[in-house]
Structures are given as C-alpha cells and as structure tokens.
Design a protein around this ligand. Structure first.
Ligand SMILES: Cc1cc2nc3c(=O)[nH]c(=O)nc-3n(C[C@H](O)[C@H](O)[C@H](O)COP(=O)(O)OP(=O)(O)OC[C@H]3O[C@@H](n4cnc5c(N)ncnc54)[C@H](O)[C@@H]3O)c2cc1C
Length: 433
C-alpha cells in the first residue's frame, strides 16, 4: 500500500503541528498557506533583525502540549520563565495587582469588595466544574459574587478588552477558565505568576516544525489560497487553489471557521449553517517600539475612559527583548466587530489617540520615545462564546467524510492558545492512527 497523504489548509500552529505529526507517521503532507509567511495569528515581523510576533504570546505553566513540543523539537534551552507583574490603571493611577497583598491594598475597591474578589480567585483556582455555569453570562455570574463596583472596576474592562462590544454576552465558564489557567501558573497564590517565553519568539518553534516537515519531503506552499473543497463520491478528496488541484486521502482545515465556510460545497449546506451561527470578532493590535519602558508591568488592565484601550501588554517586561534589540515593546489590543467603524479606521486614526493618552500613564514619556508604530489586524481574532456555547462547538471530525477541522472554538471554555491548538492537532493525529 502506498503512503497516505494529507492536504492541510492553513500554516498556523495547528496546521504546522498536524503536518509535523503526520510526516512523522509516514504521511505525504502538502500544506497551503495563503499568506507569504507562516504562523497565522502567531506570525512575526522583523524589528532590529529580530523576529517578534505581531500579537504578543506568553506561555503558561499549564501549557502542557506546547511545553512537550518545545522539548521534542530540542528547543528547551530557549524556553525561559520570568515573574509576570500585573497592574491596574484606574482613574489616572497605576496600581500593582500581582499578589494577594496587592489585592488587599487595592484602594479603588472597598475592603469587603477586595475580599470577595480574592474569594472568587480562590474558587476558580480550585473548582473544575465549569459545566454548572454554562447557562450564565459572566456578567450575571460575577454580579452574583461581587459588588457592582468590583465588577465595573475589574471585570468589565477585562471583558471589553477581549470581546469589545460583546463583553457582556460572554459565558461564565470563559471567565472561570481564564482565572483557573492563570492562577494555576503559580506555585501558590502567594507566589508571583511565572510566565514563559521562547528566546526568538514563536517564530523559532514554527521554523523547527517547517524544517521537520520539509525533511520528511512534505511540501509547504506559501501565498497559496485554497479556494474550494474538491469532492468525489460525497467525500473530500482535496482542494482547488487557483489553477492547481491538490488531492489526497484527507483534507485538514486548520483555518478558522469563517474561512472553512467559504470552501464548503453545496451538499454540506446544513454543516455550513451550523458553523455560520458562530460569531467571530476582529482584532486590531498596535505595537509600539519605544526607547523607554512605559511601566514595570507585563500586563496592565485599564479602566480609564481617557485611554482608548482596555489594557496593554508590555512584552519586554517579560521577555527582555530590549537587552538584545535595544527597545521596549508594548502591545495595545482592540477587539472589534469587523463591521464596526473601528475595524475600518485607518492606522493613524487608531494609533494617534492611543499614543496621546500614554502620558496619563507615564507623564515623563514623550512621543520622541516612540520609534516605531505597527498596526496589525485580523478579521478572525476571537470567537464570541455566549452561554450554552459548548453545544455549538464543532468536532474535529466533520459531517463531510475525510474532512477534519482544527479550530480554537474546540478549546472552549479555554481561551484560544498555542498549546490548545497543538493539543488538538495531537488529538487529530491519534484519531487518524
Ligand atoms: C492578540 C492575540 C494574543 C494572543 N496571545 C496568545 C498568548 O499569549 N499565548 C497563546 O498561547 N496564544 C495566544 N494567542 C492565540 C494564538 O495565537 C492562536 O490560538 C493560534 O495562533 C491559532 O493557531 P491556528 O493554527 O489555530 O490558527 P491561525 O493562526 O489563525 O492559522 C490559520 C492559518 O490559515 C490560513 N488560511 C486561512 N484560510 C486559508 C485558505 N483558504 N487557504 C490557505 N490558507 C488559509 C491563515 O492565513 C492562517 O495562517 C493570541 C492571539 C491573539 C490574536
């Protein structure tokens, strides 16, 4: 019997991990990526001759599948851990919010509110039964546990930071999981959170996967967009990409759902309709390269109407990128409906008010310190997960025979993450064995 073959659509972490796994199991792999670069949401650009992700990426202690892959690819020496400090910018003042002691001193909330907030964190660290919360929005659930002011000051801005105008529709399990994942990154709640990063960024991991796929004679086609799923006898047999027809024993859609919808044939109309019910929002991220740090924190949530975003990530306070590239790097994410005016605003319209507001956070920082402004956007930044979302999540095995799907919604209630996508690609490999 000849080698089995797989056509993989998408050169993000899930497509590349699936390609790597299947190459190792003797499959002929052909991977198509519509962009000229690999990496999808984890793609990088080059600044000062160093690759850096267009969107920040950090690693948590519980990211098992990612940590295992790093090890397997011989990259363990490039993995570093560092304490990640969290701050809160409320009404013109920056507060530390890294440890339980910081929480006890967090004066925007009353003592009773701080205690109830601490109880919520402990509950999420210990509990595993998120299914009991599936019928609630995070908004309803948090208001049952916290005073309205504590919700407004702390949670509203975080939900708005991640989901834009959909913040109040998000399910309670999403918030539960976020707290559960992050608090599990600490040895104890009294220890500062340790976050990991790869020296050279995610690009190093992606490159190692590419090398392995190519060494196994796999083919990676850049700037090649799959335009149509090819079917024969009711089964998926390949894809059309421009004037090319690529066929194989199976097709793996390692794209996000709205991209797969465009490829599905008429005969998959009901599957298409089910997938179309899942709403995605866009991401716009402003990255600033600066000569000075903005704060000492890795992650700052912001609840100040004069600052146009709900938080920022000063990546160089985790990964000392500035030590070898001479710059501080901060990311300012904005999640937005792709039909909202924000998503089609120009780069200047987005970056300028943001830059003008930074002196509120650090008055000594002048615009001269900002050396580069990079604005990146993607239409599928994040799926919106309302209560009951687990019923909408599609499976890896699709109703179209020989078509498989890898999509971040399958991680629910977990937020999308590299480790989760690697885990899904591993699950698919097991399924095919
Ligand atoms: C702002 C932001 C911050 C993040 N921070 C973190 C973090 O700190 N830690 C973490 O673990 N994760 C983080 N993530 C999540 C992580 O980046 C994603 O979960 C992961 O990269 C998704 O990988 P993927 O392969 O599933 O999808 P994608 O990365 O979306 O890859 C899909 C690929 O398919 C390609 N494609 C689509 N349609 C076609 C077609 N028709 N033909 C050919 N190619 C096609 C796309 O161009 C893309 O390259 C973050 C994401 C964002 C947006």
């Amino acid at each position: 019997m000849g080698k089995r073959s797989a056509i993989i659509i998408g050169g993000g972490i899930s497509g590349l991990t699936a390609g790597y796994n299947l190459s190792r199991r003797g499959y002929n792999v052909t991977l198509l990526e519509r962009r000229p670069v690999l990496g999808g949401l984890a793609r990088s650009i080059t600044i000062n001759n160093k690759p850096i992700e267009v969107y920040y990426h950090f690693i948590c202690g519980g990211d098992q599948a990612l940590l295992q892959l790093i090890d397997e690819l011989g990259l363990a020496e490039r993995l570093h851990w560092a304490p990640a400090r969290t701050g809160y910018f409320v009404d013109g003042q920056l507060y530390p919010l890294t440890s339980p002691w910081d929480l006890l001193r967090f004066s925007p909330l009353s003592l009773a509110q701080r205690i109830s907030f601490g109880r919520l964190i402990l509950y999420c660290r210990r509990s595993t039964r998120w299914q009991n919360l599936e019928h609630l929005t995070a908004h309803q659930w948090l208001l049952e546990r916290l005073a309205p002011q504590a919700y407004d000051v702390v949670w509203k801005s975080l939900l708005d930071l991640k989901f834009g105008e959909y913040g109040e529709q998000i399910s309670a399990p999403w918030v539960w999981h976020r707290l559960h994942r992050v608090t599990r990154s600490r040895a104890s709640v009294f220890q500062p959170e340790q976050m990991g990063y790869l020296e050279g960024g995610t690009a190093v991991l992606l490159q190692a996967l590419v090398t392995q796929i190519r060494e196994a004679d796999g083919e990676i086609l850049l700037s090649t967009e799959a335009n149509e799923l090819l079917m024969s006898g009711g089964k998926a047999i390949g894809v059309r990409a421009g004037d090319k027809e690529l066929t194989g024993d199976m097709v793996i859609a390692a794209t996000q759902i709205p991209e797969l919808i465009k490829l599905l044939p008429e005969e998959a109309a009901s599957y298409r309709a089910a997938l179309a019910a899942i709403k995605f929002i866009g991401i716009i991220c402003v990255m600033l390269k600066m000569t000075e740090s903005l704060t000492d924190y890795f992650w700052v949530n912001s609840n100040d109407t004069r600052v146009p975003c709900n938080g920022f990530i000063e990546y160089s306070n985790l990964n000392p990128w500035k030590q070898y590239a001479g710059s501080a790097i901060a990311y300012f994410p904005f999640y937005s409906d792709t039909n909202a005016p924000l998503f089609s605003a120009s780069n200047e319209e987005i970056a300028e008010p943001l830059i003008n507001s930074l002196s509120l956070i650090r008055p000594e920082l002048t615009t001269n310190a900002i050396k580069q402004v990079i604005v990146t956007r993607d239409a599928c930044g994040q799926a919106v997960c309302p209560p009951g979302f687990s019923q909408q999540v599609p499976e890896i095995t699709t109703p179209v025979p020989n078509l498989y799907l890898l999509d971040s919604t399958q991680l629910y209630p977990s937020d999308r993450c590299l480790s989760g996508m690697i885990g899904l690609a591993n699950e698919l490999t097991e399924l095919l064995s």
